[in-house]
Structures are given as structure tokens and as C-alpha cells.
Design a protein around this ligand. Structure first.
Ligand SMILES: *Cc1c(COP(=O)(O)O)cnc(C)c1O
Length: 221
């Protein structure tokens, strides 16, 4: 495992970079939540982050989540950040507190069925393939109005915002238009949450309005 000091230093640096990016855009740094992506680490690293005040975590695979989430002593807000398979919706509903990457109506409908027992509807984000890359999941921007209408009819999930994965590029500045486009879509649909930005590009995402950044590598390097 990485040493506690190492993780704490990385975290401090990430927090500073988020705050500086927010300040550059005239935003309140408190309006940007860090979702620590723990897919490459184990329980000890997660506990170090919890000790340092990190409250939200992300996993992209049910197999990993099922080993980690129930084993932790302390509660946290767990985001499912990867694509959800329909047959895994029951388990996703049982393990996670938010589903960040709803990328097909069929997944939303299957998840809705499995969330019927929750006291509150499951918060979800709708993934948008802004860049149009064939390898990326998510709705095309022009499919979004119909998709949101369809999802609004589902009573056990509630759409809080949009999520995107920007193309991986050497110069993160070049993905700024992707983040700006996602923000415009969210504003147009009255959605408050924007999950965008990873290790490679989170400062640009914060400048463009991210309310949640999903960061793994920068914390565990
Ligand atoms: C792994 C992952 C991240 C974190 O990526 P880093 O580059 O390690 O910060 C964010 N979002 C999703 C969907 C991921 O799978």
C-alpha cells in the first residue's frame, strides 16, 4: 500500500488544485465535490481518505464494490461510475448511493425496478457522449431530450445531472469545449449536477462548471 503520508499529500494537492481552478473561474470551491475513485486500491487506502475527510467514493465495477463497500466500518457516499449491466441492477441498487453513468433507457428502467424498496429515489446522472467518439458510452446530445423525458417517468430513480468522459488527450485544454457543451446541456434541461473531470483534465472541468470530479490516479501515485 502507498504510505498514509503519500496519500494525504496527494489529497492535499488535489484539493488545492480544485480550489485554484474554482477561484480562476470565480466559483466557490465548496461547490465542487471530490469523488475519490478507488478502483485500483483497497480498504486501507480508502480508510486513509476517510480519515482525511473524503466523503464520496467511486467504483466502476460491481465485483470490486461488493468486496469493498460492505467491508468498511464507516459510511460513505458511493458512486457507481462505470456502465451498469441490466442483470447487475439489483446489486448496484443494494450497494451504491448514486449511479453516475446511466447510458441507456433500458438500464434506467431496470434500475428503477430494483430501487423500489429505497426510502428515497436513487439519484442518477445521465451519461452524455459529447465528443461523439464511437468508443464512448452515453446518449448523443440530440437524444437527450427524449431520454430525459422517458427517465422522468420512472419513480424510483431521480435524474440530478449529467456526466461525461472527455477524450483522453495530451493537452487537456483541448477538451474544454466538451465540458462547456455538457454544462450548456445541463443548464438547458435545468439539471444542477455535472460530473466531469478526471486526473488528466479536472482543472479544466472545474473551470467549466463541474460539481463533481472523479479522481483516481492523482490520489494514488
Ligand atoms: C477510473 C475512472 C476515473 C478516474 O480516472 P483517473 O484518471 O484515475 O483519475 C473517473 N471516471 C471513471 C468513469 C473511471 O472509470
Amino acid at each position: 500500500m502507498l504510505s498514509r503520508e503519500r496519500i494525504e499529500t496527494n489529497l492535499e494537492r488535489v484539493r488545492q488544485r480544485i480550489a485554484a481552478a474554482a477561484a480562476r473561474a470565480g466559483r466557490d470551491p465548496g461547490a465542487v465535490r471530490l469523488v475519490a475513485v478507488t478502483k485500483t486500491v483497497g480498504l486501507d487506502e480508502i480508510r486513509v481518505l476517510q480519515d482525511a475527510g473524503v466523503a464520496e467514493f467511486g467504483e466502476n465495477r460491481v465485483e470490486q464494490a461488493r468486496m469493498k463497500i460492505p467491508a468498511l466500518e464507516r459510511a460513505a457516499v458511493w458512486h457507481m461510475i462505470g456502465p451498469v449491466q441490466r442483470r447487475k441492477c439489483a446489486e448496484v441498487a443494494g450497494l451504491f448511493d448514486q449511479v453516475d453513468a446511466v447510458d441507456r433507457p433500458e438500464v434506467a428502467e431496470a434500475l428503477d425496478k430494483r430501487c423500489a424498496d429505497r426510502p428515497e429515489p436513487m439519484p442518477v446522472l445521465v451519461e452524455v457522449n459529447v465528443s461523439g467518439e464511437a468508443s464512448k458510452h452515453g446518449f448523443a446530445p440530440d437524444e437527450l431530450p427524449d431520454a430525459l423525458e422517458r427517465l422522468a417517468a420512472l419513480k424510483n430513480i431521480r435524474v440530478k445531472g449529467l456526466m461525461t468522459m472527455a477524450p483522453f488527450v495530451d493537452d487537456p485544454e483541448s477538451v474544454r469545449p466538451v465540458f462547456a457543451a455538457l454544462r450548456r446541456l445541463a443548464v438547458a434541461h435545468g439539471l444542477p449536477e455535472l460530473s466531469m473531470g478526471m486526473t488528466n483534465d479536472f482543472e479544466i472541468a472545474v473551470e467549466e462548471g463541474a460539481t463533481q470530479v472523479r479522481i483516481g490516479s492523482a490520489l494514488f501515485c
